[in-house]
Design a protein around this ligand. Structure first.
Ligand SMILES: C[S@@+](CC[C@H](N)C(=O)[O-])C[C@H]1O[C@@H](n2cnc3c(N)ncnc32)[C@H](O)[C@@H]1O
Length: 308
């Protein structure tokens, strides 16, 4: 299999397990269909898979051929469009409830489509190139300075153009910024040089490549939603290490059109998610309107030191 396709298939498998655990039936249904479609399309026909005189292989053992990103994209587009089409049929028949369910499922597939291949990278490159970078560190971070260690390794995940990573480096932490966008990484490097601070910058698609290796004494997710990656970061904390994350919730739509729903946390979702994380202490977990007029979930957890 093509590297990206392998990572994508693995990601869907991980998300399927998570959705099952969370009893998120709708997501489970979509992910099962997608995984099955990818597996079927990638399976090598029996006559070319090996010696036909040999016993048939189990479903998980069949040889697979390489799948290109374009093939995966076509599969996802077909799935999404089928659900949208079925939603229209239901709506015409006056079945708005079914139509709504199908549109929500189509949105799940659409979110995966947005992150496939270079789609997310291209879109974020354009956004970062078109707007002037924010330079002030987020108050969510600076207000919690006292919770952060003054030395060790920090990760600013999906750190954009570097405003928060530069603050973390100045705080005394050996800081790495990762972002999917080449343009964000380039601007972060320039900003760090201008600020005279050392920063490691890595272009990385967190959804498909995961976190950079190693243990972290501090991890920040400021406005990047991927609970699978947040969870992995909580596991990658060094003993005593702190994870800070904040993200608008769906209630933000009551006052603002953006961020779009794909980037919003369902209310209460974070509480359920964190309940599953092991070896951590929850220092802060709130959901509220904040003074910047956003409805935001805010999380701080610390990894407990091993029992002595
Ligand atoms: C709303 S911006 C927040 C940037 C930064 N954390 C801040 O607060 O200034 C979201 C960032 O996530 C990055 N991003 C989006 N998808 C990503 C992915 N799959 N992997 C890594 N970074 C991603 C974008 O390039 C963008 O810089």
């Amino acid at each position: 299999m093509h590297d990206h396709a392998t990572a994508f298939r693995a990601r869907l498998g991980t998300d399927l397990l998570t959705a099952r655990k969370a009893r998120d039936a709708q997501r489970v249904a979509v992910l099962r269909t997608l995984v099955a479609a990818i597996d079927n399309a990638g399976a090598v026909p029996v006559e070319t898979a090996g010696d036909p005189s040999q016993p048939a292989l189990g479903a998980n053992d069949v040889d697979r051929r390489a799948q290109s990103t374009d093939e995966l994209r076509d599969l996802l587009v077909a799935d999404r469009d089928e659900r949208r089409h079925a939603a229209e049929v239901y709506r015409d028949a006056g079945r708005d409830d079914e139509a709504g369910r199908l549109l929500a499922e189509a949105a799940i597939t659409d979110a995966y489509l947005a992150g496939l291949g270079d789609g997310a990278r291209d879109a974020w490159n354009t956004r970062h190139a078109d707007r002037s970078p924010m330079t002030e560190p987020a108050r969510f971070l600076t207000d919690r300075a006292a919770l952060l260690p003054r030395s060790g390794r920090a990760l600013d995940a999906a750190g954009g153009t570097g405003r928060n990573a530069i603050w973390l480096a100045r705080h005394g932490l050996d800081t790495t910024l990762t972002d999917v966008s080449d343009e964000a990484c380039r601007q972060a490097e320039v900003a760090a040089t201008d600020a005279g601070v050392a920063l490691t910058v890595e272009r990385r698609d967190l959804g498909f490549e995961g976190l950079p290796a190693g243990r972290w004494d501090a991890v920040l997710f400021h406005h990047y939603l991927d609970l699978t990656v947040w969870r992995a970061a909580a596991h990658a904390l060094a003993p005593g290490g702190v994870l800070l994350a904040c993200q608008p919730t769906v209630r933000n739509l009551e006052r603002h059109d953006r961020p779009s729903r794909r980037w919003l946390l369902e209310e209460g979702r974070l509480v359920a998610e964190v309940a599953d994380w092991t070896g951590i202490e929850v220092v802060e977990l709130t959901e509220a309107w904040i003074d910047e007029d956003r409805h935001e979930a805010r999380l701080v957890v610390r990894r407990r030191p091993p029992p002595s």
